[in-house]
Design a protein around this ligand. Sequence first.
Ligand SMILES: Cc1cc2nc3c(=O)[nH]c(=O)nc-3n(C[C@H](O)[C@H](O)[C@H](O)COP(=O)(O)OP(=O)(O)OC[C@H]3O[C@@H](n4cnc5c(N)ncnc54)[C@H](O)[C@@H]3O)c2cc1C
Length: 313
Amino acid sequence: MSHHILIVAEHDGRTLNVATAKCVACATTIPDAHITVVVCAANAAAVAAQAAAVSGVHRVVTVEHPMHEHPLAAAIAPQIAALAGPYSHVLGPSSTFGKDLMPRIAALLDTVQVSDIMAVESATRFRRPVYAGNAIITVEVLGGAKVVATVRTASFQAAGTGAQAPIEAASPVAPPAHTRFVSVSAAHSDRPDLQTAGKVISGGRALGSAESFQMLYRLADKLRAAVGASRAAVDAGYAPNELQVGQTGKIIAPELYIAIGISGAIQHLTGIKDARTIVAINKDPEAPIFEVADIGLVGDLFEIVPQLEQLIG
Ligand SMILES: Cc1cc2nc3c(=O)[nH]c(=O)nc-3n(C[C@H](O)[C@H](O)[C@H](O)COP(=O)(O)OP(=O)(O)OC[C@H]3O[C@@H](n4cnc5c(N)ncnc54)[C@H](O)[C@@H]3O)c2cc1C
């Protein structure tokens, strides 16, 4: 029996977010998966073409409406619920976008959501982290209910490209009367996106001030890296909220993660569990970060970081 899987595309109106290709990679591990990606957008053509090229995608459906100019979970959820009938699974990324959207879809479909799928055991059994990644739980969706789930994107390598899936248009349902877009206030940065960057440099409480954090931005720019922060650094106002890495921040899986003046609390480590290489700079040789670091530098960050910056040139 093939499983019909609907994946909600995350995008910015022009470019498909890599999180979608990671959801596709997850979906391909469901037995006999027939994968459809749905793109809700004001003008879906560019994003739909990118989705149609992702390996493993069988079909792309577009839902075009001016209300999708800005992604609003309250507006997208009814569109997906209206399309979901023939599908056994509805998946979205475990990103800010997906965490906002997928529970609404589950509620509209009168089912529960499976969160943070990190591995598929069968079409209805999934593994997910609990207790800040200290334990892995296996959950099963019973009674033939539709599976509505978020995918822990850090656990999957993005599916490649090469497919040529057909693209079809679906009619939008009436937009909700209760919610409309008013404005967005977001920090603009030319640096790589923290969630998808290949290299990330993060600073902790030890930086001591927002001014000292500038040192990390300079180093990051030389390495073309994104900047992250521990919660202690964010709470102290040294770095903005959206840079927080960890259990209550972003879960990331860069090729290179450099933790500077970060102790390595479990809530921070859960956000970098899937990083390929971890480098830690800390003046305390007993700091827990060294238990997970591939390369550790014991020393004062205020001496080491400027030296690194000079060496990189
Ligand atoms: C429910 C919950 C959720 C949480 N979620 C998150 C989360 O998402 N992300 C997160 O990060 N935390 C989270 N935390 C907080 C977490 O428990 C830690 O408090 C936090 O990660 C500590 O941040 P830190 O490592 O920057 O600071 P600290 O633990 O204070 O560590 C600072 C480190 O810097 C070192 N240091 C000091 N001076 C220097 C120097 N000059 N040179 C080099 N090293 C130096 C010290 O040796 C120390 O190891 C959460 C906590 C709770 C309870």
